[in-house]
Design a protein around this ligand. Structure first.
Ligand SMILES: *[C@@H]1O[C@H](CO)[C@@H](O)[C@H](O)[C@H]1NC(C)=O
Ligand SMILES: *[C@@H]1O[C@H](CO)[C@@H](O)[C@H](O)[C@H]1NC(C)=O
Ligand SMILES: *[C@@H]1O[C@H](CO)[C@@H](O)[C@H](O)[C@H]1NC(C)=O
Ligand SMILES: *[C@@H]1O[C@H](CO)[C@@H](O)[C@H](O)[C@H]1NC(C)=O
Length: 316
């Protein structure tokens, strides 16, 4: 008889210990964005018989007490205005969470025994800063576009290059922050994220490289010269190469077969054309020369090689 009781007692203690242990280790991690609310559920349908149910934090503050018999709910004074307790489901909602609220939250019942029902590890984290994409250099023609750029956020940085409608996807992380870079035909996207938020910056490729907007901007002081290069080593096969302005005047025409160079009468004395590099130098620029200048080849097909948007600035 005595022996049986002792074993019984031992068994009960062991089972209690087991419940306590699993109770404690049944820790649920939750990440909350600063300022947001978080709802903590008791995660069980089968509570043991109890007189009192409480939610407490790891600073020994009892946030809420629920007395079973009277269905009375008592809130800790320091939490009064920022918690909701549901007396049906016993879930606790903490509102307007701040970083100082990071910590453990435990639901416990007291009756014939004390039981930890569930413990949450709550981490309150600020939303990420927006990343910033910057173009370091950008070169485009009618059929190709190269953009060298940098994405920065926090202490993370990615340098990369966009070519032939793509870039190599990259990812860097530091602690909980991740910076992911990806490109599509339409855009370069940089995504800065952590467990609670993400923000992106985007560069519109269509705008930067697309169609006839593949322009290089050049600023020239009145009276100065400007040299316009074709910006490529690989010209398509052609019979004729020309530089035209946006008034449809062919400033220079170069005939490939005879290596002949023809100048437009109105530009005769103020341009220089290099028949090795095909660059065009416009001299003594005036404000009326502001506009678009395009190099174009004609052969089996017609191609725009490069377009400059030249702005002539300053007093004459
Ligand atoms: C752009 O990046 C590529 C590849 O990283 C590099 O080879 C090239 O020199 C860069 N161009 C410019 C203009 O910085
Ligand atoms: C990116 O480029 C900048 C400027 O060229 C350089 O200072 C920086 O070290 C580079 N960062 C990485 C991660 O390559
Ligand atoms: C940014 O990254 C986060 C986390 O990886 C992801 O959930 C989100 O969908 C991404 N946003 C975009 C626009 O790709
Ligand atoms: C990029 O710019 C083009 C031209 O302005 C516009 O039509 C297109 O919708 C933009 N794309 C994105 C993804 O913003």
């Amino acid at each position: 008889m005595f022996v049986t009781m002792a074993v019984d007692h031992l068994l009960t203690s062991f089972i209690l210990l087991l419940i306590c242990n699993t109770g404690f280790s049944a820790e649920i991690s939750v990440f909350v964005k600063t300022g947001d609310s978080v709802q903590l559920d008791i995660q069980t349908q089968e509570l043991p018989e109890f007189d009192l149910l409480s939610w407490r934090n790891d600073k020994s503050v009892i946030i809420v007490r629920y007395i079973h018999e009277s269905r009375e709910v008592k809130l800790h004074s320091s939490y009064k205005d920022r918690v909701d307790f549901n007396d049906e489901t016993f879930s606790l909602t903490l509102k307007n969470m701040q970083k100082t609220d990071t910590g453990f939250y435990t639901a416990r019942t007291s009756g014939e025994s004390e039981n930890n029902i569930v413990t949450y590890r709550v981490s309150v984290i600020d939303a990420v800063d927006a990343p910033v994409l910057t173009v370091n250099s950008h070169w485009s023609s009618s059929d190709s576009c190269t953009v060298n750029f940098t994405c920065r956020a926090h202490d993370l940085m990615i340098n990369s290059s966009y070519q032939n409608n793509r870039c190599s996807p990259e990812e860097v992380t530091s602690q909980i922050n991740t910076l992911i870079l990806d490109c599509s035909e339409e855009s370069i996207i940089c995504n800065h994220s952590n467990t609670v938020s993400w923000k992106i910056d985007r560069i519109n490729i269509t705008q930067l490289c697309g169609g006839f907007s593949a322009e290089i901007s050049v600023f020239v002081k009145t009276g100065d010269s400007v040299q316009l290069d074709i910006q490529t080593q690989e010209l398509p096969e052609f019979d004729l190469l020309s530089w035209t302005n946006d008034k449809s005047e062919s400033i220079v025409r170069y005939i490939s077969g005879t290596k002949e160079v023809k100048h437009h009468s109105s530009y005769k004395d103020r341009v220089y054309f290099n028949d090795e590099t095909f660059s065009l130098t416009l001299k003594n620029m005036q404000k009326t020369d502001t506009g678009l200048y395009t190099a174009r080849t004609r052969g089996e097909s017609e191609k725009n090689i490069v377009t400059y948007r030249v702005s002539v600035i300053g007093e004459s």
